[in-house]
Design a protein around this ligand. Structure first.
Ligand code: ATP
Ligand SMILES: O=c1ccn([C@@H]2O[C@H](COP(=O)(O)O)[C@@H](O)[C@H]2O)c(=O)[nH]1
Length: 215
C-alpha cells in the first residue's frame, strides 16, 4: 500500500500564497484554546500537528498508527517526514476547498499549532514549504500546566493526558522545543505571552500581534 510520505516531494501549492503563524508552548499552555479564538477573529485555518497525528494514528490501514501512538504516549517526537507530509496535505486540501473565503488579502492563513517541536522539522518546513511570518509562544508555569492537563484528562480521552506522559512531554519540551524557540527568536519572529493569565488576556495580546502581521 502507498504510504502518505511517498510521492509528492514538494507541496502542491505556492508558498507565496500563504501566511503561516506557528503557535508553540508546553502541554496545557493554551495553544489550542487561543487558536480557536484567533480563527474567529481572523479566519485562520487552524492545523494542530497533534490532531493530525492522532487522526493518522486512528486511520484504518495507516502504517504509522503504532509508531505515532507510542510517540504520543511517551511524549517523544514523531519523525518529521510523517508530520510535515500531514501538514502539507492538510494545507493543500484547505487551500482547495476554501479557495480564499474569509482570507481578505487572498492569501491562505494558517495557524500551525504545536509545530515545529524539533530543529529538523523547523529547518525542513522552512526549506520545503515556507517560513513562518510570526511565532506565538504561550508560556505557563509547570504547576499550572499540570493542573490544566489533569483536569482536561478527565474527559479528553487522550492517552497522554496523565502525569507519567506529562513528565516526559515536559522533558521533550526542554530538550527539543526550547532550542527551536531560540532559533526562531534569533530571527526576530517570536512573541512570548504569559499564559498563566486569563484566556481573555492571552487572547488580547495574541490578537494584537497578529493584527500587525496581517495588516
Ligand atoms: N489561560 C487559561 N486559563 C485557564 N485555563 C486555560 C487557559 N488556557 C487554556 N485553558 C484550559 O487548559 C486546558 C488545556 O488547554 P489547551 O488544550 O488549549 O492547551 P494546549 O496548549 O493546546 O495543550 P496540548 O499541547 O496538550 O494539546 C483546556 O482545558 C483549556 O480550557
Ligand atoms: O510536530 C509534532 C507535534 C506533536 N507531536 C506528538 O503529538 C503529541 C501531542 O501533541 P499536542 O500538540 O499536545 O496535541 C506530542 O507530545 C508529540 O508526541 C509530534 O511528534 N510532532
Amino acid at each position: 500500500m502507498a504510504s502518505i510520505i511517498d510521492g509528492v516531494k514538494k507541496p502542491t501549492f505556492d508558498a507565496s500564497k500563504v501566511t503561516v503563524i506557528y503557535v508553540l508552548g508546553g502541554p496545557g499552555a493554551g495553544k489550542g484554546t487561543q487558536c480557536g479564538r484567533l480563527v474567529e477573529d481572523f479566519g485562520f485555518s487552524h492545523l494542530s500537528a497533534g490532531d493530525l497525528l492522532r487522526a493518522e494514528q486512528n486511520r484504518e490501514g495507516s502504517q504509522y498508527g503504532n509508531q505515532i501512538r507510542t510517540c504520543i504516549r511517551e511524549g517523544t517526537i514523531v519523525p518529521q517526514e510523517i508530520t510535515i507530509k500531514l501538514l502539507e496535505m492538510a494545507m493543500s486540501a484547505e487551500l482547495k476547498t476554501r479557495s480564499g473565503r474569509g482570507w481578505t488579502d487572498g492569501k491562505g492563513r494558517f495557524l500551525i499549532d504545536g509545530f515545529p517541536r524539533k530543529m529538523d522539522q523547523a529547518l525542513t518546513f522552512e526549506e520545503t514549504v515556507c517560513a513562518p511570518s510570526q511565532v506565538l509562544v504561550f508560556e505557563a508555569d509547570e504547576e499550572v500546566m499540570i493542573r490544566r492537563i489533569l483536569e482536561r484528562g478527565k474527559t479528553s480521552g487522550r492517552e497522554d493526558d496523565n502525569i507519567e506522559s506529562l513528565k516526559k512531554r515536559f522533558q521533550t519540551d526542554k530538550e527539543l522545543v526550547q532550542p527551536v524557540i531560540k532559533y526562531l527568536e534569533n530571527k526576530g519572529k517570536v512573541l512570548k505571552i504569559n499564559s498563566n493569565q486569563s484566556i481573555e488576556q492571552c487572547h488580547k495580546e495574541a490578537s494584537e500581534a497578529i493584527h500587525k502581521v496581517l495588516v
